[in-house]
Design a protein around this ligand. Structure first.
Ligand SMILES: Nc1nc2c(c(=O)[nH]1)N(C=O)[C@@H](CNc1ccc(C(=O)N[C@@H](CCC(=O)O)C(=O)O)cc1)CN2
Ligand SMILES: Nc1ncnc2c1ncn2[C@@H]1O[C@H](COP(=O)(O)OP(=O)(O)OP(=O)(O)O)[C@@H](O)[C@H]1O
Length: 219
């Protein structure tokens, strides 16, 4: 299903000359994704979170999950709830890192030991994901991870993600190991049938996970 009526015929990231219209198209798509999400209820988001954890492909954690570090995220607002998935990863013995945003755009990570240890971040007028307290690891902590799970407002057939437009993940993902798979998480209706508009810095996901299932898209 698509979020929009337009189709983009490009089959790779666009050149800098098309960046302005691409940015505008992304903004329109973000806006419609966020307004669709507003129709979800807290109960739906929690049920979706339980289903998300059930569909997570455990083989991705390798033969010994206790040696695996996973960069995941704490859901906020109208996102699919990720606490059940975070709990699953912790129960399997993985080291789980989640974003620390600092003033909002900074890239940093913290190790999550228990979802009950998450605390709200006081940023008046802004919605921020809850964060663990404790040491803030630098951006390149991502290079320790064997799997990255990232939020998306849409995912196209090539794996390209629509993010929130701050470039947080595009910048962060440049620091992951080249062989480290990226799983994008979104609502089922955000898995798109047509290519998203893309720019050179966009980093495609290898697979998409929704409350309805897991689908590999590349690699
Ligand atoms: N749960 C979660 N964690 C995440 C992200 C995300 O999308 N979701 N990020 C992905 O990049 C990074 C943080 N980047 C962010 C970028 C923009 C906004 C933002 O626009 N917040 C609005 C409200 C958004 C809403 O209502 O849904 C605000 O500040 O008011 C928040 C985080 C890292 N951690
Ligand atoms: N690797 C990068 N280095 C520096 N700036 C970047 C990088 N990637 C993206 N940006 C900047 O971030 C801004 C937002 O990019 P874009 O619209 O692609 O974000 P997004 O993909 O929606 O967000 P996210 O990456 O957080 O999911 C752009 O102005 C872009 O120039």
């Amino acid at each position: 299903m698509t979020l929009h009526g337009e189709s983009f015929e490009n089959d790779g990231p666009s050149s800098a000359t098309t960046a302005a219209p691409v940015r505008e198209s992304k903004e329109t798509l973000r806006h419609s994704a966020l307004s669709r999400r507003k129709r979800t209820t807290a109960a739906e988001r929690m049920a979706a979170g339980e289903a998300l954890a059930l569909h997570f492909p455990l083989p991705l954690l390798g033969a010994d999950p206790a040696t695996m570090s996973v960069a995941a995220y704490v859901s906020m607002g109208t996102e699919v709830e990720t606490r059940p998935l975070l709990t699953l990863l912790l129960d399997r013995g993985c080291t789980v890192m989640v974003p620390r945003l600092g003033s909002g755009r900074d890239i940093g990570w913290s190790v999550l030991t228990d979802v009950t240890m998450l605390r709200a971040v006081d940023q008046p007028g802004h919605l921020r994901p809850d964060e663990p307290i404790g040491r803030i690891l630098p951006p390149d902590a991502l290079s320790q991870c064997g799997l990255v799970i990232a939020p998306a407002l849409g995912v196209d057939p090539r794996g390209y993600r629509l993010g929130r437009g701050a470039g947080w993940y595009d910048r962060a993902l440049a620091l992951r190991r080249p062989d480290c798979p990226l799983i994008a998480v979104c609502w089922p209706w955000e898995v798109m049938g047509e290519p998203l508009p893309t720019e050179n810095h966009d980093v495609p996901a290898d697979a998409v996970l929704t409350p309805e299932g897991y689908r590999r898209l590349r690699r």
